[in-house]
Design a protein around this ligand. Structure first.
Ligand SMILES: [Zn+2]
Length: 262
């Protein structure tokens, strides 16, 4: 699992990107904790506001945002693009969001819908972390759908697979949607779910398992001290969860190797 920490206004943001070895996050009932929100993803553009930890658990939506401290938001993917967003308002109060962005959601505007919602609530300087997803070389796409995608998103989303057929570049599509609506890309995790077996792939291997991206707003460490570079990014290895049970509840409950003094 990759864990990122970022300063965000008066808070700190923790972003967790799971891998296959952390367990299968597909089961929706994997949450045993009351502070986790896992959406029932339907490839739509609905964005929900989570006003308390655990709010909207199981709601049909593909994006969620919150300004509530300690509310963990999660999206689950295998090839689609998971996006985590964070920003703060003029008072330094932070907000975080997650987006499940498949090709349909990208075409229909789930990314701008989420950014508009944050903007509407005064959240600015929004930054994005783009999680692992299928790369263009492995994402064959029908010509008709591809022409709809280039019309909606721009010609640069059209690509070719490694075997020479039309492909959709989901990374470019997410990049364009984020940048053209005011978000700055903090980090792209450039790992392809089809070729990197640390992740599940529906397309390449017909897998039903899902990895997850989780984001949570946390109080600043007290006494206040800067988040060091080494703390901002840390790769945790050697997860000990039993495989094939949803680890989401455990991840949410366990701050996962918090540095002493935090
Ligand atoms: Zn690939």
């Amino acid at each position: 699992m990759l864990t990122l920490r970022r300063r965000c206004g008066n808070s700190v943001v923790r972003i967790m990107v799971t891998e296959r070895c952390d367990g299968d996050c597909a089961p929706l009932d994997g949450s045993a904790t009351p502070t986790l929100t896992v959406l029932r993803q339907v490839h739509g553009t609905r964005v929900v506001e989570v006003t308390r930890p655990g709010g909207h658990q199981g709601t049909c939506a593909d994006a969620a945002w919150t300004s509530a401290l300690q509310a963990t938001l999660a999206v689950r993917t295998a090839d689609c693009v998971p996006v985590a967003l964070y920003g703060a308002d003029a008072n330094g109060d932070g907000a975080v969001a997650v987006i499940h962005a498949g090709w349909r959601g990208l075409l229909d505007g789930v990314v701008p819908a989420t950014l508009a919602e944050l903007r509407h609530h005064g959240i600015r300087d929004v930054r994005a972390v783009v999680g692992p997803h299928i790369c263009a070389l492995h994402y064959e796409f029908g010509s008709c759908e591809l022409s709809a995608a280039t019309t909606a998103l721009g010609p640069s989303v059209a690509a070719r697979t490694s075997w020479g057929t039309p492909a959709l570049d989901l990374r470019e599509a997410a990049r364009l949607a984020l940048r053209s609506h005011g978000a700055v890309i903090d980090r792209e995790i450039e790992r392809c779910t089809a070729s990197d077996e640390r992740y599940f792939s529906h397309r390449a291997r017909g897998e039903r398992g899902r990895t997850a991206v989780l984001i949570r707003l946390e109080p600043k460490p007290w006494p206040e001290r800067p988040v060091s570079d080494s703390e901002q990014e840390r790769e945790a290895t050697g997860a000990t969860t039993e495989r094939f049970t949803s680890p989401l509840g455990r991840l949410e409950a366990d701050p996962e190797g918090e540095a002493p003094g935090d």
